[in-house]
Design a protein around this ligand. Structure first.
Ligand SMILES: NC(=O)c1ccc[n+]([C@@H]2O[C@H](COP(=O)([O-])OP(=O)(O)OC[C@H]3O[C@@H](n4cnc5c(N)ncnc54)[C@H](OP(=O)(O)O)[C@@H]3O)[C@@H](O)[C@H]2O)c1
Length: 468
């Protein structure tokens, strides 16, 4: 096959599955991998008239019709630069290089600018859904120029998952690093939702002595209601699966890693100066989990209280469901505010209604609540309003607040850490409190450092000699 419609470099799980998805949808695809053996094995197994491989990068590039569309799915970081540098002498003006990996958006902006100077389009494109999504339909978040979106949209739409109304889970996110930014925040929300599910599991286990089978039943029930989501769906088999007579969940070491996109999202919030407590706390929760030996040692010196609650298990489950629902809304409110701020500062014009729509299918955080968010955004008549300002969101969160407060009180009394759920509530309370105690902070700062303060009763900047 010559004149392939698209080329793909990198045949580890993501690339291998995405190339099959693209070619299965009728697009003639050529693949290349640094280690040739991997490519030949892959083509032996999956090759067909729409899917061929090339051993040399030169032949690979030559076999793609112009303007060329070349997807890179190699290890994020230096490998992406290495591949781009090898491609530069081989491609021509107007060609498109698309990085579908989990790249830091700042690298994407740098690469976009470098390649723009050479007349080459560079597209940073978030892809979510893991290997299964890559094969059967992921959520696709392309950044890059509007021209490149026009060139690519037919293919993105064909290979993407469906939203709840059957539309494709893809849209042009915005120029430059917008696609990778939105994917990064998606992963941050994923961290927070997973942490909330873990906290719910922990409370049911430690406060009510529930077994994995019993907790699976509760989560199955949650998944049949408004918490319906991929993460609750997979939580059930994760709880039920056995290795011999033991539940695997009971023997998994309680340490979780946190190197990538969740950490970047938290750092972004700090750099841009915006609250993102649930996502940041979820990263810290994983950090804390990694100090297993210290925790085991210190647990002996800090015994946890026996829970003295009159709340029945059934009452608790109902409170938990409401808390998780409001907690998820809080995660989205935080993540969307970060995207909105970055979009304004970077000039991306990201449409949050579209973001919530394209996360409805294919991706790890796909959930029924995203349909509610999309509908609410649409009904507001505004493209990207603040979620907490929308009446329907206010109603949903306010309806769950009493239950949420009860759950947090119970977990605190039992000494069970619930950082994501607690900080989600704190985020709502802090964002909706008319007068916070920052006046006290300002007074202290002015006392010890003459930092000055503003007043509520007159304009200007003031300093007081407090010791007089
Ligand atoms: N795995 C997931 O579920 C998932 C989900 C969403 C996004 N992602 C992102 O998708 C991207 C690909 O992920 P992955 O798990 O499929 O693969 P990966 O393990 O991150 O990377 C392996 C691939 O990169 C190639 N590679 C590494 N260094 C290279 C270099 N210097 N030059 C050329 N090729 C090089 C490897 O080629 P060789 O075979 O020659 O070693 C192999 O094809 C990553 O950015 C990842 O973060 C992954």
């Amino acid at each position: 096959m010559e004149n392939a419609e698209v080329g793909l470099i990198g045949l580890a799980v993501m690339g291998a599955n995405l190339a099959r998805n693209i070619s299965n949808n009728g697009f003639k695809t050529v693949v290349y991998n640094r280690t040739t053996e991997k490519m030949t094995q892959y083509i032996e197994e999956f090759g067909n008239e729409n899917l061929i491989g090339k051993e040399s990068l030169e032949d690979f590039v030559q076999s793609i019709a112009r303007p060329r569309k070349i997807i890179i799915l190699v290890k994020a970081g230096d490998a992406v630069d290495a591949v781009i540098n090898q491609l530069i002498p081989l491609v021509e003006k107007g060609d498109m290089i698309i990085d579908c990996g989990n790249t830091n958006y700042r690298d994407t902006i740098r690469r976009t600018n470098d390649l723009n100077e050479k007349g080459i389009h560079f597209i940073g494109c978030g892809v979510s859904g893991g290997e299964e999504g890559a094969l059967n339909g992921p959520s696709i978040m392309p950044g890059g120029s509007p021209e490149s979106w026009e060139e690519m949209k037919e293919m993105w739409k064909a290979i993407a998952a469906d939203d709840f109304l059957g539309g494709p889970c893809t849209a042009h996110i915005g120029e430059g690093g917008a696609g990778h930014y939105v994917k990064m925040v998606h992963n941050g929300i994923e961290y927070a939702v997973m942490q909330m599910i873990a906290e719910a599991y922990d409370m049911l286990k430690k406060m009510y002595g529930q077994t994995p089978d019993e907790i699976a039943k509760v989560f199955k029930r949650f998944n049949e209601g408004r918490l319906n989501s991929f993460l609750f769906e997979i939580a059930v088999p994760v709880l039920l699966k056995k290795d011999g007579s033991a539940h695997i969940i009971d023997v998994i070491l309680d340490k979780a890693g946190q190197k990538g996109t969740g950490k970047w999202t938290a750092i972004e919030a700090l750099d841009r100066g915006i609250g993102l407590s649930s996502i940041s706390e979820s990263v810290f929760a994983r950090v804390n989990s990694s100090y297993k030996e210290d925790r085991v040692h210190l647990a002996r010196s800090f015994p946890k209280p026996e829970l003295q609650s009159e709340t029945t298990l059934e009452e608790f489950i109902q409170l938990l469901e409401q808390s998780l629902y409001a907690g998820m809304l809080s995660c989205y409110a935080q993540g969307f505010e970060l995207i909105k701020l970055a979009s304004t500062e970077e000039g991306w014009k990201v449409n949050l209604s579209e973001v919530s729509r394209i996360w409805q299918g294919g991706c790890i955080i796909r959930a029924e609540v995203l349909q509610f968010l999309t509908d609410t955004y649409k009904a507001s008549g505004k493209e990207s309003p603040k979620l907490l300002e929308l009446k329907e969101i206010q109603k949903a969160i306010n309806g769950s607040l009493p239950a949420w407060r009860d759950i947090i009180c119970l977990s605190v009394q039992a000494g069970i850490p619930t950082p994501a759920l607690t900080s989600g509530l704190q985020y709502i309370d802090a964002s909706t409190t008319e007068r916070l105690p920052a006046n006290m902070i300002q007074g202290l700062r002015d006392y010890f450092g003459a930092h000055t303060y503003e007043r509520t009763d007159k304009e200007g900047s003031f300093h007081t000699d407090w010791s007089e």
